[in-house]
Ligand binder design. Structure first.
Ligand code: NAD
Ligand code: MG
Length: 366
C-alpha cells in the first residue's frame, strides 16, 4: 500500500482498443483538466453534464480545471434524481449539446452519481453516432459500480434501464473528496454493492469494510479494490454474454423486485439490494454450501451500514413473485440465480426453484 500522501495507482481496465484507466484518490478534480487533456489532446469543446445537487458543489472546480487545460466546457445541468434518466431528458441534453456547438470532435464529462453517468454516457454514445466521455463519479455507488463497465442508458416510464447501449468511457476519475458531501443514506447504500463485491469475489475485504465502518480503515484503498473487482469482471465478460458479469447480479434478482414493489424512490437501490443480499445469502445456506456463520457475518456487515434486513410489512410475497417471474433470468419455473459456495466465491445455480424464493422472502420477514 502506498503511503497516505501518495496517490493510489490507477486501475487499468483492459478491454483491448477500449481500455482505460480509473484514477482513484483525493483532490483529483483540480487536476482533471490535465488528465483529460492527456487522454483527449485533440479535442477541445465538451459538455460537462451534471445534476442540480452536484453542479453547485463541484462544477466550478471542474470547469476551471478544464479551461486551464485549454478545453472549452459547456455546463449542462439536469434536476437531481432518477427521473432525469429518461428519453425526454436525454433529448433535451442532446439538443443543448447542439446549441453549444458540439461536434464529432467534442467530448462529454459526466459529473455526478450513477444517474448522471448513465444519462451522460448514453448521450455521448448516440451524439453524432458516438463521441468519447469521461466519468467523474461522485457517489460511493457510482465509484465502485456504475462508472466502470460501459453500460449506459435511460429508463422508460414503465421499465428501468430499458434503452441503452455499451459505450466504454475513455477515462474515469474517482475523487473521494466529493464523497464528503454525500448524505449518510447515500453513503451507506453504496456499501451494499461493496459488501456484494466482497461476497462474490474477495473475502479478505470483509475486514477492510469493518475497519472503514469503525472509522479506522483506508477508504481510498477499499474503493480502489472494489473498482478492481468490477474491472476484472467486466474484462472477463464485457458484454455480459458469458455469464461471468452475471455474478455481479448477486442479491439483485429479489433486490430489484423489492425495489420495484416498494415503488421507486421509497427504498434506495442499495437498501433494496441489502434485502436481496440477505435473501441470496440465506438461499446459499439452503440450496448451497454457505455456512450459517458466514451468513451471519454478511448480516452483521449490512447492519454496520444501517442497511435494512427486514422486508417492509406492506410488500406482498405474491406481488414480489409476480415481479420476479417477469425477470429475464426465469425459464420454466427455474431461475438462474447467483449463490455463494463461500464468501468470496459465487456461482450461477440452476437449482433455485420458485418455492425457494418464496421461503427466502418469508425469511426476510423474521
Ligand atoms: P444518483 O446519481 O441519483 O445520486 C444519488 C443522489 O446523490 C442524487 O440526489 C445526487 O444528486 C446526489 N449526489 C451525488 N453525488 C453527490 C455528492 N458528492 N454530494 C452530495 N450529493 C450527491 O444515484 P446513484 O446512487 O449514484 O446511482 C444510481 C443509478 O445508477 C441508477 O439509475 C442505477 O440504475 C444506475 N446504475 C448503473 C450501473 C451501470 O453499470 N451503468 C450500475 C449500477 C447502478
Ligand atoms: Mg446494483
Amino acid at each position: 500500500m502506498p503511503p497516505p500522501d501518495q496517490p493510489a495507482s490507477p486501475v487499468f481496465v483492459n478491454l483491448g482498443p477500449r481500455s482505460y484507466l480509473v484514477q482513484v484518490g483525493r483532490g483529483l478534480l483540480k487536476t482533471l483538466g490535465e488528465e483529460v487533456n492527456s487522454k483527449l489532446p485533440d479535442r477541445t469543446s465538451c459538455a460537462v453534464i451534471t445534476d442540480s445537487t452536484v453542479g453547485p458543489l463541484y462544477a466550478e472546480t471542474v470547469l476551471q480545471s478544464l479551461r486551464e487545460a485549454g478545453k472549452k466546457p459547456h455546463l449542462i445541468t439536469v434536476p437531481a434524481g432518477e427521473a432525469s434518466k429518461s428519453l425526454a431528458k436525454s433529448e433535451w441534453v442532446l439538443s443543448e449539446m447542439v446549441t453549444a456547438g458540439l461536434d464529432r470532435k467534442s467530448f462529454v464529462v459526466a459529473l455526478g452519481g450513477g444517474v448522471i453517468g448513465d444519462l451522460a454516457g448514453f448521450c455521448a454514445a448516440v451524439y453524432q453516432r458516438g463521441i468519447p466521455y469521461v466519468q467523474v463519479p461522485t457517489t460511493v455507488l457510482s465509484q465502485v459500480d456504475s462508472s466502470v463497465g460501459g453500460k449506459t442508458g435511460v429508463n422508460l416510464p414503465n421499465a428501468k434501464n430499458m434503452v441503452g447501449c455499451f459505450h466504454q468511457p475513455v477515462h474515469v476519475i474517482a475523487d473521494l473528496d466529493t464523497l464528503g458531501s454525500l448524505p449518510a443514506r447515500e453513503w451507506n447504500e453504496g456499501f451494499a454493492e461493496i459488501i456484494k463485491h466482497a461476497c462474490i469475489r474477495d473475502a479478505s475485504m470483509l475486514q477492510a469494510i469493518e475497519d472503514v465502518a469503525a472509522g479506522k480503515g483506508d477508504i481510498v484503498d477499499l474503493i480502489r479494490r472494489n473498482i478492481a473487482i468490477k474491472a476484472a469482471v467486466v474484462e472477463a465478460d464485457e458484454h455480459e454474454t458469458l455469464g461471468i458479469r452475471a455474478l455481479l447480479n448477486f442479491g439483485h434478482t429479489l433486490g430489484h423486485a423489492i425495489e420495484a414493489a416498494a415503488g421507486y424512490g421509497r427504498l434506495l437501490h442499495g437498501e433494496a439490494i441489502s434485502l436481496g443480499l440477505r435473501a441470496a445469502a440465506w438461499l446459499s445456506t439452503q440450496v448451497g454450501d454457505l455456512t450459517s456463520a458466514e451468513y451471519e457475518r454478511i448480516l452483521a456487515l449490512l447492519k454496520l451500514y444501517d442497511l435494512p434486513l427486514r422486508l417492509p410489512d406492506d410488500l406482498d410475497t405474491e406481488e414480489l413473485m409476480r415481479i420476479t417471474r417477469t425477470d429475464k433470468k426465469f425459464e420454466n419455473g427455474k431461475i438462474r440465480f447467483v449463490l455463494l459456495r463461500k464468501i468470496g466465491d459465487a456461482y450461477v445455480s440452476k437449482d433455485v426453484l420458485e418455492g425457494h424464493l418464496k421461503q427466502a422472502l418469508e425469511e426476510l420477514r423474521k
